[in-house]
Design a protein around this ligand. Sequence first.
Ligand SMILES: Nc1ncnc2c1ncn2[C@@H]1O[C@H](COP(=O)(O)OP(=O)(O)OP(=O)(O)O)[C@@H](O)[C@H]1O
Ligand SMILES: [Mg+2]
Length: 361
Amino acid sequence: MKNYLKWEQTLFRDREVFDSGYVPEVFLYREAQMKSIGYAIAPGIEGKQPQNIVCVGPPGTGKTTSFKKIIDQAEQISPSNLILAFINCRYTQTHFSVLAEIYKKMTGIEPPTSGITLKKVYEKIAQTLVTKRKSMFVILDDADFLISRKIYDDIVNNFLRLHEEYPISIGLSTVHSTQCPLLDDGLSSVFIPAVIKFPSYSWDETFDILNTRVKIGLYPNVVKNEIIEKITDYAVSKGDIRFGIDLLKRSVISAEKRASTIAEFIDVDNALIEASNERMKRYLKVFTDSETALLSLASDMGTSQAGDLFCAFSKRTRKGYTTFHKSLNKLVNAKLVDSCIENRGKNGRTRIITAKQPSTC
Ligand SMILES: Nc1ncnc2c1ncn2[C@@H]1O[C@H](COP(=O)(O)OP(=O)(O)OP(=O)(O)O)[C@@H](O)[C@H]1O
Ligand SMILES: [Mg+2]
């Protein structure tokens, strides 16, 4: 094998292939979903009514990527009577900002931010469609955030009722990573979406997706199959392919740092520790002092009975059981510690707390 470090100083053929915003050219195992999304949007290209859809699947199952690819394709079609508005609701926090972003996508300008009602912005959107003689398809990605802010029903309802007042065609897709939204009676009379499911990738599928990235992004033989298999194990147990892509990138960077032309298992271990440390740093920014103290104690004790952990916690923080209980739940939800109940003979049941190792959290 050539010594790539010498002449290229890098093992990456194309580092961007491992970036979070990268849209893969080879998009495996999502043919059926892409077809269904395309089928829903296609009528809009001729100015007709697109079909409403709901896309649902766990994190990292290719929902956003599917839309990015379809939007890319749709934008190549000319002439087209369709306006596509993709909104990431994770960052678009309010009813007004969702509308403002849609309006900006349609016209290139933002609506005034003060002295204008929501109703007025809806009117402006509808009037723009009438004037431009276009239909529209709105994609509300990460729409779980709209549900938790309790504005999902209003937005969906208002959009889908616009055609009652204006001669326009609007289709809507909402995208969810938890579960299908529960539509109340009022909403389900206007919103009857086709549901497109994005199931988790199997081990073999995950391996193929990671292997494809390796082939496109790295020079030959930098990462052997056994390393991809190991990273596949971690990605599958984590349930998110992003974790696998990130581990691949970090492992190769670790190999580069060792001035090696091949990533070894030690590089995967380094990558895991680094990924875990970064995650921990992100958590520590949002954790309270009590939660941080509890995490540190749980890590020191490894596996402990909840009672013993509480004693150590109250000794260190002088906080009571309520704070302990709340903090512990937060750590369990963040998957930094495991909690399970063990039956211990006639002494009854005991809660056992186990701090997770970097590779598993
Ligand atoms: N089938 C696939 N082939 C290649 N890469 C994929 C595939 N599915 C997902 N990915 C990659 O995994 C990462 C996550 O994909 P994406 O953002 O589309 O997931 P998502 O379902 O929208 O997740 P979330 O619910 O967290 O928003 C991206 O880097 C994407 O390129
Ligand atoms: Mg997404």
